[in-house]
Design a protein around this ligand. Structure first.
Ligand code: MRU
Length: 354
């Protein structure tokens, strides 16, 4: 198991988060005191990753109801948080769950119930992560059975580790489980331009002592062609009913390349990431973020201080879709807390609660 500090934790009637915009250079914890603090933390990506976004929104409701738990306050907080980021459906799932718990209660009982419901979402996600780890470990062990005298090479994209969830992660959970079980793994970590969430993955894996190598996103296809990748596992932000999956932009290209080379491509995500109201990937809203995320890259300056380095002038046209959709046909399986399912077989979990 990774040695991790919680990305999100209740501290009395406040919430402490690990500010991911400062990683991997600085470990800074920030206190969220108000609804606006929680909304800004999600919008500005101090917290990120679909399950963590959902849990932060749930705690945002608890923060909002501390002094006013009227119907109007609940509705306003819900609307504010729902508008923060559009693609990760866990945000809506968590807010729907908070509404279902809180609406029927008298205002006097809502504040305590909101904290309890948010903490239940947090612990439920941690449990789902653990189950994903166990199911994914079985897949990795089966793949490793055919390999001798070298580690299993698994590629991932973006960050779907403990930073992105309330437990050990989704895509990284099977790798943490494999490492704990003594299975030799090596992880190809793609940089994930423009925001470079791959650096967060490299930081996590380094802390856990799991061998890994950072690559430019563009190197993924060539490494697959060279036979240096045994499997790909990524997380998801929203999975449509037919198995089409939205995840960090660049996932689709990896799935295409994996398919071309006969490499299994898995999605690891909890049930709360499956949106049965979305029939297919065309119905998934894709977040378009600021063009400056493409024009300006974050890093350390010559003095070792965090800085933005301009790559392109402000008048250079830049387009920044934050996610893409991988068609179900390219996905070898979806690893969730209930097991491993074919991407077109999600109906089996439609009636199960996250
Ligand atoms: O924009 P981000 O960093 O929030 O995007 C995160 C991803 O795309 C993750 O792969 C996904 O949310 C799964 S996190 C367990």
């Amino acid at each position: 198991m990774p040695d991790h500090c919680p990305t999100l934790r209740r501290n009395g009637d406040q919430v402490i988060i690990l500010d991911q915009t400062r990683l991997p250079w600085q470990e800074v914890f920030v206190c969220l005191d108000t609804l606006d603090d929680a909304a800004a933390a999600i919008r500005d990506m101090q917290v990120r990753g679909a399950p963590l976004i959902g849990a932060t929104a749930a705690f945002g409701i608890a923060l909002a109801l501390r002094n006013n738990a009227s119907d109007a306050a609940l509705q306003a907080a819900d609307a504010c948080l729902r508008a923060t980021r559009p693609t990760a459906v866990n945000l809506h799932w968590a807010l729907d769950r908070m509404q279902a718990v809180l609406r029927p209660l008298p205002a006097t009982q809502r504040s305590a119930a909101a904290w309890a419901a948010a903490e239940a979402i947090q612990s439920g996600d941690a449990a789902a992560n653990a189950a994903i780890g166990r199911h994914g470990l079985g897949l990795l062990q089966a793949l490793a059975a055919g390999i001798k005298s070298r580690p299993l090479h698994v590629m991932t994209h973006c960050n779907a580790g403990w930073l992105a969830t309330c437990g050990h992660g989704t895509a990284l959970a099977p790798l943490y489980a494999a490492h704990a079980a003594g299975l030799e793994v090596h992880v190809w970590v793609s940089e994930t331009r423009p925001r470079n969430q791959g650096l967060l993955t490299a930081w996590e894996l380094a802390r856990a002592g799991i061998p890994h190598t950072l690559i430019a996103d563009n190197a993924a296809g060539w490494l697959m062609a060279e036979g240096r990748v045994d499997a790909v596992i990524t997380g998801a932000d929203r999975i449509a009913a037919n198995g089409d999956t939205a995840n960090k932009v660049g996932t689709y290209l990896k799935a295409l390349a994996a398919h071309a080379h006969g490499i299994p491509f898995y999605i690891a995500a909890p049930r709360s990431t499956v949106d049965f109201n979305c029939p297919d990937g065309r119905a998934i809203p894709i977040e378009e973020r600021s063009a400056d995320e493409v024009r300006i890259i974050g890093g350390l300056d010559a003095a070792g201080l965090p800085a933005g380095i301009r790559l392109a002038g402000p008048t250079t046209a830049a387009c920044n879709p934050a996610f893409d959709v991988t068609p179900a046909g390219l996905v070898a399986g979806i690893i969730c807390e209930f097991g491993v399912f074919p991407a077109d077989g999600l109906a089996a979990i439609a009636g199960r609660q996250a």
